[in-house]
Design a protein around this ligand. Structure first.
Ligand code: CO
Length: 208
């Protein structure tokens, strides 16, 4: 790909928007009021806006390797806090995807240097759900399930934060876990039963 093509693409895109609405960028510059906070993977094949069919201004987006919200990661925690407390989004979505390289790497034992501590978060999830995962003999299915359990645990990490607990209580913020199936292009809701999960762990993480 010719990197300079990006600038001609950008000019064409901006011109198209202005042609449809002369004040498009003027309106966009006034502020953002997204209702959804999307936490996804940086994987180049998993776009955010395009796969959801949303426009600029509609979704606040945070992406990193394997869509994680580690407890002590300042960048991830800041994104959650900003989205929930200042932008007052209505929904927080953690969206994983099958064939996630980050999840795959955590299932293998290669030394990936700086990535080791990052991927260790996923190894911890494997340990937490070891009996369920080890019982799945088909490696592809086990890998799929770890992708789903990573989404579930990142949702739990979101729910551990004081900002989210406050918004959950005061204005019924919802937290959702989704998976994008890269093999079919279809997005699916994992329909995670948070009431059940939270009833078992909230006593430990409750912040009031
Ligand atoms: Co990924």
């Amino acid at each position: 790909m010719d990197i300079n093509r990006i600038f001609s693409n950008n000019r064409a895109w901006a011109a198209k928007k202005i042609k449809r609405d002369a004040d498009y960028f003027k309106h966009l510059s006034l502020g953002q009021y997204p209702e959804i906070f999307y936490i996804g993977c940086s994987d180049s094949r998993v776009t955010a806006e395009e796969l959801m069919g949303v426009n600029p201004g509609e979704v606040f987006i945070y992406r990193n390797i394997a869509n994680m919200i580690p407890n002590s990661d300042l960048s991830a925690q800041s994104a959650v806090s900003y989205a929930v407390t200042y932008l007052k989004v209505k929904h927080v979505v953690v969206c994983g995807h099958y064939h996630c390289g980050g999840v795959k790497a955590a299932m293998e034992s290669s030394d990936l240097g700086l990535l080791n501590p990052w991927l260790r978060n996923i190894r911890d999830i494997y340990r937490l759900h070891r009996s369920e995962l080890d019982a799945i003999e088909d490696l592809e299915k086990r890998y799929d399930r770890l992708v789903e359990l990573n989404v579930q645990e990142q949702c739990v990490n979101v729910l551990k934060t004081a900002d989210v607990q406050k918004a959950y209580k005061e204005r019924h913020l919802t937290v959702r876990g989704w998976v994008f199936d890269i093999r079919t292009g279809i997005l699916k809701d994992l329909n995670i039963d948070f009431d059940k999960i939270l009833s078992e762990i909230m006593e430990i993480y409750k912040i009031s």
